[in-house]
Design a protein around this ligand. Structure first.
Ligand code: CA
Length: 219
C-alpha cells in the first residue's frame, strides 16, 4: 500500500522506509507536519511521529481527522499515557512507542488497513435530508444554498458528519475541534452549536443528547 511516513529523524525514516519498501509498500517520507497535511490524500496509510519540528503531531492528527478517515498509526518516543489517550481520542487507529519493533509495526499496519477496508470509511460527501456536507471541499449546502459556515462551525459539523446518526460526546467534539476540553472551550462549543443550528435552519437536524453530546440526523 501507499504509506506516508511523517518522521523528522532522517535515520529512523530511512530505516523504516527501506524495510517497508522491501515488504512491497510504496513509501513517501516527509519530515514536517505541514507536509502531512498537504499529502495525506495520496496515501492508503499514515505513520505519524508526534515530535515534529513545525507542528505538534497531535495537532496534525486532529486536522487530518477533520477531513479524512485515512488509516493512521502514531509512532512516537512519547509513551506517556496522556499522549496515548489523546492520540486515540483524536482518531489514531493505533499507537506504537519507539523504538518500533518492525514485525509488530507490519502486523499492526495490516490490521489497521484491514479494518479500514470495511465500508466504515467516511465518505467525502455526507447527505442528511436536504443538507449536503462536503468534507473535502469544506462546504455545506442547505437546500442547494451555501450555509456560509465559519471554519470552526464547519469543524464541529464535520465531526458529527463523520458519524451520521450516531451520538458524539461533547468531550470528543472538543478534543477533535479544539484539541482540549477546557471550560472556555465548553462554552465555545455551545456558542458554535447555536450558530450552526441558526445557519442550517433545519430543526431536528442537530439533536442534543442530554448529559452526553450531539447527533447529526435521525438516530
Ligand atoms: Ca521526531
Amino acid at each position: 500500500m501507499r504509506v506516508l511516513l511523517v518522521e523528522d529523524d532522517t535515520g529512523v525514516a530511512r530505516a523504516l522506509a527501506e524495510t517497508l519498501d522491501a515488504r512491497g509498500h510504496s513509501v513517501t517520507a516527509v519530515g514536517r507536519g505541514a507536509d502531512a497535511l498537504t499529502r495525506h490524500r495520496d496515501a492508503d496509510l499514515l505513520l505519524l511521529d508526534l515530535g515534529l519540528p513545525d507542528l505538534d503531531g497531535l495537532d496534525v492528527l486532529r486536522k487530518i481527522r477533520q477531513v479524512s478517515g485515512v488509516p493512521l498509526i502514531v509512532l512516537t518516543a512519547r509513551d506517556d499515557e496522556r499522549s496515548v489517550v489523546r492520540a486515540l481520542r483524536l482518531g489514531a487507529d493505533d499507537y506504537l512507542a519507539k523504538p518500533v519493533r518492525l514485525a509488530e509495526l507490519l502486523a499492526r499496519m495490516d490490521a489497521v488497513a484491514r479494518r479500514a477496508g470495511s465500508p466504515a470509511t467516511t465518505p467525502e460527501v455526507v447527505h442528511v435530508e436536504d443538507v449536503e456536507i462536503d468534507l473535502g471541499a469544506r462546504r455545506v449546502l442547505v437546500g442547494g444554498r451555501d450555509a456560509g459556515l465559519t471554519t470552526k462551525e464547519f469543524a464541529v459539523l464535520a465531526v458529527l458528519a463523520a458519524r451520521p446518526g450516531t451520538a458524539v460526546s461533547r468531550q470528543q467534539l472538543m478534543d477533535e475541534v479544539w484539541g482540549d476540553a477546557y471550560l472556555a472551550v465548553s462554552r465555545s462549543l455551545d456558542v458554535h452549536m447555536t450558530q450552526l443550528r441558526a445557519k442550517l435552519d433545519r430543526p431536528g437536524l442537530l439533536t442534543t443528547i442530554r448529559g452526553f453530546g450531539y447527533r447529526l440526523g435521525r438516530g
